[in-house]
Design a protein around this ligand. Sequence first.
Ligand SMILES: Cc1ncc(C[n+]2csc(CCOP(=O)(O)OP(=O)(O)O)c2C)c(N)n1
Ligand SMILES: [Mg+2]
Length: 274
Amino acid sequence: MPISKTGVEWQDSFKTSQEVPLRPEPVFDVINKTASDKAVFAVDVGNVNINFERLVDIHGDQKWTTSGQYATMGYGLPAAIAAKIAYPHRDVYSLNGDGGFAMLMEELLTQVKYNLHIVNLVFSNETLGFIEAEQRDDSEQPLSGVDIPATDWAMAAKGLGCESYTVKTVDDFKQAMKAASQTEAPVLIDIKFTHEMPFTTQHMFLDPATSSQEDIDVFVEKYQAQDLKPFSYFLEQAGVGSDAVSGASVTEDSTSDPAIKQANIDATSGASLA
Ligand SMILES: Cc1ncc(C[n+]2csc(CCOP(=O)(O)OP(=O)(O)O)c2C)c(N)n1
Ligand SMILES: [Mg+2]
């Protein structure tokens, strides 16, 4: 019996979640189990990157691409078209937030026109999520300009000539992925997705040495993080003082420098999930 779950085990524990709107872990679990060894994933920009990079299990000869340097939203659909032309015999998926999808959704017409069998996934969280998370966590400003109206993307895609599905549950998604594998047409799957932001690793309130109990309680409840331990816990288990990692050169005097103080906190407060 492990004394505590690691970040990855904790993350995996949500794979079987039946929560609706859907959490990312069960959705990616289906993708991991369904996509062939030669699948290609074209990933748009936003929280979809965070979820993809945390949860996808690239295996076999799979390939993936995203707009890494410029973080250009609207990348998913054209990248998937390029992938399908380059690799006509591979299964190609585009993975998009609803905001990024809305930017270049007319590219479904190109997929239809050239009869490209691409499976386009839209994670409908009704927000420019990545920016919402920034507004919440970084600037703590009132949310502004991030909400996206609830939209029937499947109906819109149908109008553009695609086969399309709306999924609200894990079973819906499994069925839609199965149906998508049995057609030659372009497919759109609108995944009604959680409005919660991905787990933040930027400010983790887990360590009583650096956070108030109130902050820890709020954080743990919000992320169902009862099984997560702060990094200092693992150092103690290993018999290593947290000073050894946070920098022995940081003295009592130097902590009056706010930058060093913050670095000290960052180094000791919960790095249990990368
Ligand atoms: C062309 C462009 N405009 C704006 C941005 C800034 N930006 C980065 S992520 C993001 C929001 C993405 O929203 P969505 O596609 O709905 O994905 P989510 O984060 O909700 O998964 C924005 C506006 C960008 N990267 N590229
Ligand atoms: Mg979104």
